[in-house]
Design a binder for this molecule. Sequence first.
Ligand code: AMP
Ligand code: ZN
Length: 437
Amino acid sequence: MSYQYWSPELETMSRSDLEALQLARLREAVGWALRTTFYRERLAGVGIRESGDIASLADLRRIPYTTKQDLREGFPYGFLSVPREDVVRLHASSGTTGTPTTIYFSRDDIRRWTDNVARCIYGTGCNRSDVFQNMISYGLFTGGLGFHAGGEEVGMLVIPSGSGNTTRQFRLMRDFGTTVVHATPSFLLHVESRMKEEGVSRESIKLRKAFAGAEPYSEDTRRRIEELLKIDVYNSYGLSEMNGPGVAFECQAKDGLHLWEDRYIGEIINPDTLEPVAEGETGELVLTCLCREATPLLRYRTRDLSGFYTGPCACGRTHRRLRRITGRTDDMLIINGVNVFPSQIEEVVMAMKEVGNNYLIVIEKEGVLDRLTVKVEVGTNIFMDDTRPLNALRDKIRSTIQASITINPRVELHEGGSLPVSEGKAKRVMDNRPRDV
Ligand code: AMP
Ligand code: ZN
């Protein structure tokens, strides 16, 4: 197979040149970070007062970790390191409505991010002759605008279709001859089953590739999507804290996700001891962003579980490859690609005076998509012949949860005392999705 590189010199550079570049960029990133009070104080604590205090890459390990909690506490502008006037865009984690983890971009940051995504897309064999339908949410979530810009940079015709509405998606595919799509793996499976239902024949569409990410999925799921849709599927990994998509991506060898080490430094640590794991072992991925001046993040704990493959890749790129991300070290749920912390639902439910003390969060597969149900206990006096107050309350809970997490849940009301109470530590989340679809 012949492989194509977006930036050949960067993607195939020797490890020693790559490390030299990382060191130069780490110094620059530390310089950006030192403009914020947060990092000035943090770094002073370990004797780093200027970027020159980073003498080698090993000095990275002197820097304390940054967590999502730090970002929350710094909201809204605590991590901003350029004048407000130099910021041209903001994004947030999926599932949040703009609050806890907000990332700012300068014009140069957007340019670098776009280049990262273009590199990923081009590396899968796409080019200017492709028609790219971006079937993922636009808005604060980075997957929409991130892939959109990367696709345009490659020179593809980009259709900003957004997520959902399969009938419209099929129409766009047929009208414009879509060859490549980006979606969550669960949406791709959904597309396949809707194709059958809507009588869309495989021959009527020209699809040949898909980028699938935003949520964990297994190698079996990838194979299943590839076989059912007769396309090539590439795993795409990113998180808003590291810009969004474009952090790590599979190449055509499909043997792990290249972490773009000229733009990010990756470490794998044991989440309990916070020490690095042995080479090749699984642990929590920690990332340092080398390409964003407006919101620098050093040694950010992603909470994502992965590990590095050892050994070179058949494609000739020298950037190390991450294993498929299998899960998280915290309780964050990913529902149809959207991040949800159980505490966000609890906050909403418990703030309502009509709601009793017990509630349960249930996630199931409905067809190939995820379905969130929130069961809450309410006072018995509301269960009367007249169902209107019940319906009104159910609707109010549903819309308030949706306003907070952006997902529309099914809400069930139960009589006080009727939901199961676990002995000891309350178990309020039942994730009934099969682990391997
Ligand atoms: P967000 O900040 O909304 O983009 O969400 C980022 C999170 O989504 C990551 O920290 C991962 O937990 C998850 N995620 C994104 N891409 C993948 C992927 N390819 N495989 C598994 N999890 C992913
Ligand atoms: Zn490769």
